[in-house]
Design a protein around this ligand. Structure first.
Ligand code: UDP
Length: 245
């Protein structure tokens, strides 16, 4: 049986591969349609499970993709496997590639000022046909109107929001209705990776599904956040048991 969505602890993931997802977003871009994309890892799912407001806000997304092996494994356990991870960083790279081919306009929002500067330089040197129509670092007053106004004026095709969760999803969902077009996507710490501040796990670690371990070794302060993983696993087993009754 084919299915469009896989529900994990109340969060509906799109059943898609990376390539299909990019093709779908490419289609929206061609038609100048708006879309809100969430790349959700187990931590985000658990946060939504525990907080109704955050869950409602995620439900506004047009697409929620599986950002992390934990989500893929959970779907498998629930008997509705997802084909692969569709991560924020991989989508960021693939969308930059597409933007380069089609000469799209970008807005970059998030990260520390110096990381944002390095990100802009990396985008400009690796993707010379894109235009960065605006950018803002991620440490601003919540009601600060400059960013929104700039996006309204410049009408970027793609808005990359790298504020970390839950800020990035909240920022997009509260404002997307006031924009005419654009793909708005929350991509967590992706600017730090492109800027070279944080290393992405080498491919072998990714293939062995231990990218999370690599991140933990690089940033040991993340261990507290990693505690979400066993709790997530326990809750998913609970959903399976309930479902099979
Ligand atoms: N960040 C930001 N504003 C904030 C808090 C965080 O722009 O108020 C940035 C931070 O500098 C980093 C990213 O958001 O670039 C979050 O990275 P993390 O790896 O924690 O992402 P997550 O795992 O939450 O997706």
């Amino acid at each position: 049986m084919s299915y469009e969505k896989v529900s994990i602890l109340g969060v509906d993931f799109i059943n898609t591969t990376m390539n299909e997802m990019i093709a779908r977003l490419g289609d929206h871009l061609e038609k100048e349609e708006k879309a809100f994309v969430v790349t959700a890892n187990p931590e985000i799912v658990l946060a939504a499970h525990n907080d109704q407001d955050y869950q409602k806000l995620l439900a506004k997304a047009n697409y929620i993709t599986a950002d992390g092996i934990g989500v893929v494994k959970a779907a498998q356990l629930l008997g509705q496997p997802l084909p692969e991870r569709v991560t924020g960083f991989d989508m960021f790279m693939a969308l930059l590639q597409l933007a380069n081919e089609k000469s799209y306009k970008l807005y970059l929002l998030g990260a520390k000022p110096e990381v944002l500067e390095k990100t802009k330089q990396a985008v400009e040197s690796q993707f010379p046909n894109v235009t960065i129509v605006g950018s803002h670092h991620g440490f601003f007053e919540w009601d600060e109107p400059t960013i929104e106004n700039e996006i309204k004026e410049t009408e970027p095709d793609l808005v990359f929001v790298a504020l970390g969760f839950p800020r990035q999803e909240k920022w997009i969902s509260e404002r997307i209705s006031s924009f005419n077009k654009g793909i708005f996507i929350g991509i967590g710490g992706s600017f730090d990776v492109l800027a070279g501040e944080v290393n992405r796990a080498p491919e072998i670690w990714q293939k062995l599904n231990v990218e999370w371990l690599y991140r933990l070794i690089q940033q040991p302060s993340r261990w507290k956040r990693m505690m979400a993983l066993p709790i997530f696993a326990g809750k998913v087993i609970g959903q399976k048991v309930k479902g099979s009754k």
